[in-house]
Design a protein around this ligand. Structure first.
Ligand code: HEC
Length: 274
């Protein structure tokens, strides 16, 4: 029932978007309102809820050579503490000597606690079109959902945490590639858009907050929940940069940069995006 309603709303949304594109009488402001309305309608029935449930099951399931669950994973607030952990990631971990985001930390826990080949999992982190959500996507969905409503508060005390922010900032403004694009080329101006998509000015606290607190998100256009690492991966592609490696330092540093800027805003993920 809920599913049927969702599909109906998605179709209405798609129609009104198509209408927006074709009808010259509609202003950009009307179109923006339409998209916002469509997002709101979808918000009370998020298909990502299923992925959250799947992730919780996987988190608690004993598997791998050590026949262990992930429940003792230390996500930064101590072993076994999941609630509120995502809102403080990326952060420094003494056991690995580096700053890690939620996704690289989950990969680490799968390797250490379960003794599984996490490199193989990380090599294919995102589900393909029409495929079920991957184990990593599901685990991330569960972890982030456990921070809903918790204000973003990335620690910036350890020198490595400060260094991660600084590298992230540098990466954000670094221009290269065939078009000489930086993240900043698309994301440091107000009211810029590609086709109908707004390009948030991520150098501003408010936009950085909206972006950070609403990823991971269920993407209606892809029929799948996507993680923050996926968001970075896809923007590297849009920037015509070499393919981003899942969990690479630059991806973590960019997420740190956004997360520090987003301080104070309550997490609201998994959200719904067009
Ligand atoms: C060629 C333009 C372009 C470049 C360069 C680019 N992006 Fe994006 N970015 C986009 C588009 C388009 C979207 C999606 C907007 C949508 O779907 O509504 C987006 C969305 C995002 C979002 C999600 C915002 C939200 O509120 O949901 C984040 C975060 C982001 N980009 C970060 C980055 C980072 C970090 C870089 C540099 C590695 C980067 N982008 C480079 C075009 C770009």
């Amino acid at each position: 029932m809920r599913h049927a309603r969702l599909i109906a709303m998605a179709i209405c949304g798609a129609l009104s978007l198509g209408w927006g594109q074709g009808a010259f009488a509609q202003s950009a402001e009307d179109i923006k309102k339409g998209i916002d309305q469509y997002r709101e309608m979808l918000q009370d029935g998020n298909p990502a809820d299923l992925t959250v449930a799947k992730g919780e099951g996987l988190w608690k399931k004993k598997q791998g050579p050590h026949d262990a669950s992930l429940e003792q994973c230390d996500l930064g607030k101590g072993p076994g503490v999941v609630a509120g952990a995502y809102a403080e990631l990326p952060r420094y971990f003494a056991d690995t000597g580096r700053v890690m985001d939620a996704e690289s930390r989950i990969v680490h826990c799968i390797a250490v606690l379960q003794g599984r080949d996490a490199t193989a999992l990380a090599a294919k982190p995102f589900s393909g079109g029409g495929q079920p959500q991957t184990e990593l996507e599901s685990l991330v969905a569960y972890i982030v959902d456990e921070s809903r409503g918790v204000p973003v508060n990335l620690p910036q005390q350890h020198p490595e945490e400060i260094a991660s922010y600084q590298r992230g900032e540098k990466a954000f403004f670094y221009r290269a590639g065939p078009y000489d694009f930086a993240c900043a080329s698309c994301h440091s101006v107000d009211d810029q858009r590609i086709r109908l998509q707004e390009l948030p000015n991520l150098t501003e606290a408010e936009s950085a907050q909206r972006a950070f607190t609403t990823w991971p998100a269920y993407r209606v256009s892809q029929g799948a929940m996507r993680t923050m690492q996926w968001r970075m991966y896809d923007c590297f592609r849009q920037q015509r940069f070499p393919e981003m490696i899942y969990g690479s330092q630059v991806s973590i540093d960019l997420i740190t940069f956004l997360g520090v800027k987003a301080k104070g805003a309550p997490m609201d993920s998994p959200a719904i995006k067009r």
